[in-house]
Design a protein around this ligand. Structure first.
Ligand SMILES: [Zn+2]
Ligand SMILES: [Zn+2]
Length: 329
């Protein structure tokens, strides 16, 4: 199991080499590095020993310019290891990008305000009443509690506090949050990192934060889905798109959760064609097709009853119609 979210708490306060990040974030390292870590262009003094001799190897530059990591153990017990410049580069969390991604995934209006406590930002505002959403990254309970106390004292209204994990949330912090009528959510429980490098919510953000904004409302998911279907139907009607239709790709990729290659096989076309259709879906709906898989339960209603594509078309039209009518009631 990966400690991706914990790695953020442990390492984000400083700069660390790739091996250190990889040790903590495990399988997620490459993805996380590509999307959320940045090179500081500073060279580390040490790298972790790849053989686990018990020390960090000190980085030396040889006369040839090559870098080596030299064991610091007493007595010395490990060969020098070759170190590439990339391995010796210190990496830092790209906080601005990370904050924006978290703000976006919770469907907040973006804010980028550094707060007085260390490693704490307002990253968004939610709902019509602009409920403030804060992110803090701490690695000690006492420091976390300090942040909670500071925000609770500063905020007159309710707020949301996010942190990578909930491991630092103790009874005292809970009490402070409850007193401020604030909500705490950890990213570990509520988000997944998709293979595209995007963060994705496990539950709908509107529902998650709803208790903290009793007057606010968001459109129901079936309304959103009907809107998306309507957009794609319109597209297939308007443009001269050859087979497979955008709707067919949408249904197989998002509804059945098939990979692009499997969709291509099913449609008897090349994968590039499927990717082009997915790009159209992205452009028209403004949403990532992978994220649209969250709506797959709504497809089943359609698919169960349908045999051929013509009937399917009509049926889906009627579904859209049904939802619209229900809304107007
Ligand atoms: Zn060693
Ligand atoms: Zn050593």
């Amino acid at each position: 199991m990966s400690n991706l979210w914990q790695s953020v708490e442990v390492l984000a306060g400083g700069n660390h080499v790739a091996a250190e990040w990889a040790k903590w974030s495990g399988d997620h390292f490459d993805l996380f590095r590509a999307h959320f870590l940045r090179d500081t262009e500073k060279r580390a003094g040490f790298v972790p020993c790849p053989h686990g001799c018990g020390c960090d190897h000190r980085i030396h530059k040889r006369a040839t310019g090559a870098l080596v990591g030299v064991c610091q153990c007493e007595p010395w017990n490990c060969e020098d290891v070759a170190v590439t410049p990339a391995e010796a580069t210190l990496l830092a969390l790209n906080i601005a990008k990370f904050g924006r991604a978290v703000s976006k995934v919770f469907e907040c209006e973006l804010r980028e305000t550094r707060m007085p406590p260390p490693m704490t930002w307002q990253i968004g505002a939610k709902f019509a009443n602009a409920l403030p959403v804060f992110l803090t990254i701490q690695n000690e309970r006492a420091a976390f509690r300090q942040v909670v106390a500071d925000l609770a004292a500063r905020q007159r209204e309710r707020f949301i506090l996010l942190a990578p994990t909930n491991r630092l949330l103790d009874a005292a912090s809970r009490e402070l949050l409850a007193g401020a009528r604030a909500g705490f959510f950890d990213l570990e429980t509520n988000l997944v990192l998709l293979s595209t490098g995007k963060l994705h919510p496990k539950a709908r953000p509107g529902e998650l934060f709803q208790p903290f904004a009793p007057d606010a409302t968001e459109p129901a998911p079936e309304t959103v889905f009907a809107h998306i279907i309507a957009l794609i139907e319109k597209l297939d009607g308007d443009e001269q798109i050859k087979d497979p239709s955008v709707m067919r790709v949408f249904r197989l990729y998002c509804g059945h959760g098939l990979a692009a290659e499997a969709v291509a096989k099913r449609c008897g076309c090349v994968k590039t064609t499927v990717l082009k259709r997915l790009n159209i879906i992205r452009r028209v709906t403004g949403k990532d097709p992978e994220e649209l898989r969250a709506y797959s339960p709504f497809f089943n209603k359609v698919d169960d009853a349908v045999a051929d594509s013509r009937a399917e078309h009509i049926h889906r039209k009627s579904l859209v119609h049904d939802i619209e009518e229900r809304e107007n009631e």
